[in-house]
Design a protein around this ligand. Structure first.
Ligand code: 5U1
Length: 678
């Protein structure tokens, strides 16, 4: 065959295979037999093997077979991936509907779209010029892991968008899950090979997506349903409602859930929830509730978000599953902040798809309120992936031998006094870093995926390192050597070297992750991120006064005092400094500390659109505007101070013009940013 004919044939085969895939996996309407499909696939594989230059990244042959990865790269989401707030009954759903109406000042009933909530993992899929180029997990919402290779193994996921003129950039969000049929097939395969079966479809899907070798992911036969958008080129003609978005996504070849429905107001939403509850057992996949979203995308934008959850959507969860078992003992666990938590050790019991042996009792007040005693028959409740809890005691079954529990007066781990501040439900060990448990838990948190993300440093290994006296605090991680590690039982030289390399890689982090990793009380991921954005540098944060800390978004007086106290303890300052000396780094904005830069743009809100000049990305421009005190929003409204429009600005420009919002060009942007360059 001439090279032109060969190339055309390869193209025709790719399109035909794509089509058959789509018909089979998305439309459930195949038009060829498996044998015909296999013959076409083989022909394309042979052609690509003979002419490697014809192989394209979106070829159906590229779904499986890439070389295993060493680790997943981090991916920053251009538009954060949100999570959902929950409603647990009809009243909470009605409250949500009322708040939406009030916020929108709406006199008419709000239209929602109801969708089943799949029990899986949220991912973001990025297409450039119609080709799937990157797929990432949600991670902390801002940064996820690059799992492109693994996502390609999902046969219903389009590697190339269908239809004409796809947007130059299109990010689609959806849920990866394992169907019940795939779950059963996988477990049969595992049992036949004398391996442990998966506990539930969700764990199997989550583990599948995090395989470094995509061949292993392919074995799990994962599926996906898509439901929302991330970054989209400004000039794309996106539908105006959530409901129409599904048809729009389908036209590009994305699988969407067929159970979606428009509902008017909370009463229709609740009726949908009840109908789906009744149908739940017959669905071919597991769901853990229903998601309700305000239908009009314009109203979604107007409602915005709070912390990491949108104000325009809510998940109504199915009730928790409950079972009874015997409470064999109550033990007190000491967390990284010294908090003592009572944990019920249970006669193992199967609930909500897993075997449960421990359940939380929350705190001593809860134990007393529920009158829980050792040897009681208790009702254990498990809702979704929430930690199981002891819901109540079956008093009729109480034996004479049941024993009451009291709050320990000394720490069960280090023996230090246990104190409970007035009015506080939480009792704490006062041993601080002299307490092994607090140190261990602090190091586990420090190394965890959402904090410093030290690959391979799991909880068991941290316990070994502390127990063997190799590390006392998280700062010691950076002075560990492979020679020390090989002394640990079952630690081979290769694993030791890998861990040292992973610790070294983790040094390259972000200020937000580092602040979160320090484990300051009251500082979760969102607060750490706000502090990092506001202060820009570690030095500025460490030197901030309580008033300056309180001025940060999301930081109240309690968190401000906690951060201030943390950085006023010499031991903490020494630990931080020793980590910086050991090479921990994070990208620092050009000039960062809020107090070093006059907040010239405070009270102003800008929107960025189009391609900016001088290679400045919109994210960089956003960070710089924020350093000067501005808010940067994703959509234009009457309240917008100005739309900063680069080249190829699209619908936002039209909207700004129609609302009379000033439109600024690159020169205006440079003028706004001038204080940063002085
Ligand atoms: N069906 C559905 N699941 N789910 C999960 N829709 C949906 N939307 C989500 C999530 C986390 O987030 C929206 C805020 C886009």
């Amino acid at each position: 065959m001439s090279s032109e004919v060969t190339s055309k044939r390869a193209d025709a085969l790719r399109r035909a295979l794509d089509d058959h895939n789509h018909r089979y996996y998305v439309l459930d309407d195949p038009s060829v037999s498996d044998a015909e499909y296999d013959a076409l696939f083989r022909e394309l594989s042979d052609l690509e093997a003979a002419h490697p230059e014809l192989q394209t990244p979106d070829s159906p042959t590229q779904r499986v077979g890439a070389a295993p990865l060493g680790q997943f790269e981090a991916v920053t989401h251009a538009v954060p991936m949100l999570s959902l707030g929950n409603a647990f009954d009809a009243d909470e759903l009605a409250d949500f509907d009322r708040q939406v109406s009030e916020r929108l000042d709406a006199s008419e009933t709000i239209t929602y779209v109801a969708e089943p909530k799949l029990d899986g993992l949220a991912v973001s899929l990025r297409y450039e010029h119609g080709v799937f180029v990157q797929g990432a997990t949600r991670g902390d919402g801002k940064t996820g892991e690059n799992v492109t290779q693994n996502l390609k193994t999902i046969r219903s996921l389009p590697l190339r968008l269908r239809g004409e003129n796809p947007p130059a950039v299109l990010e689609v969000r959806g849920e990866v899950f394992m169907s019940l049929a795939a779950f059963q097939a996988n477990n049969e395969r595992l049992l036949a090979a004398d391996q442990k079966p998966f506990v539930n479809p969700r764990n199997a899907a989550a583990g599948g997506l995090r395989q470094l070798d995509s061949k292993k992911t392919a074995e799990r036969q994962l599926s996906i349903f898509c439901y929302s958008l991330g970054e989209v080129s400004d000039d794309a003609e996106v539908p105006s409602t959530q409901y129409d978005l599904f048809a729009w996504l389908q036209a590009f070849g994305f699988p969407t859930n067929g159970e979606t429905k428009r509902c008017q107001g909370h009463a229709q939403c609740y009726a949908f929830y009840e109908a789906l509850s009744a149908k739940r057992a017959t669905l071919p996949y597991e769901i853990d509730g229903v998601v309700f979203k305000v239908d009009e995308l314009r109203l979604q934008k107007e409602l915005g978000q709070r912390s990491r959850a949108p104000r325009w959507a809510i998940a109504q969860k199915f009730p928790a599953e409950e079972v009874t078992t015997t409470l064999q003992a109550i033990e007190w666990q000491v967390g990284r902040t010294g908090a003592l938590t009572p944990v019920a050790r249970l006669q193992p019991v199967f609930v909500g798809g897993v075997t449960v042996t421990n359940a939380t009792l929350h705190n001593i007040d809860e134990i007393e309120r529920k009158d829980v005693r050792v040897d009681d028959t208790v009702v254990v409740r498990r809702a979704g992936d929430v930690i199981p809890e002891v819901a109540r005691v079956v008093l009729e079954d109480r034996s004479k031998n049941s024993k009451k529990t009291e709050l320990p007066t000394t720490c069960p781990v280090c023996g230090s006094d246990v104190k409970r501040a007035d009015g506080d439900v939480v009792a704490r060990c006062t041993g601080a870093l002299t307490c092994d448990a607090q140190r261990r838990e602090g190091i586990k948190h420090f190394a965890s995926r959402r904090a410093m993300d030290v690959d391979g440093l799991g909880n068991k290994l941290v316990e070994q390192l502390v127990d063997e006296g190799l590390i006392q605090s998280y700062a010691d991680l950076f002075t560990l050597t492979a020679e020390q590690l090989v002394q640990l039982p079952r630690m081979a030289e290769k694993s030791a070297n890998n861990l040292i390399a992973a610790i070294s890689t983790a040094k390259d982090t972000t200020l937000a992750r580092f602040v979160f990793a320090l484990g300051v009380r009251e500082v979760g991921e969102t607060t750490a991120s706000s502090l990092a954005d506001h202060f820009g540098s570690l030095e500025a944060l460490m030197n901030a006064s309580i008033e300056e800390l309180e001025a940060v978004n999301d930081v109240g007086p309690v968190a401000a005092t906690s951060v201030h106290d943390f950085f006023n303890q010499q031991a903490n300052v020494d630990a931080v400094m020793s980590m910086m000396d050991a090479g921990v780094t994070f990208p620092t904005p050009l000039e960062s500390a809020a107090d070093a830069v006059e907040q010239t743009l405070e009270g102003h809100t800008y929107v960025l659109t189009g391609t900016l000049a001088d290679g400045l990305t919109r994210d960089e421009a956003k960070a710089m505007l924020q350093q000067l005190g501005a808010k940067v929003s994703g959509s234009v409204s009457k309240k917008t101070t100005g739309l900063i429009a680069g080249e190829k600005a699209g619908s936002k420009l039209t909207k700004a013009e129609s609302l009379g919002v000033p439109v600024l060009d690159d020169a205006d942007l440079q003028a706004l940013l001038a204080p940063l360059k002085r």
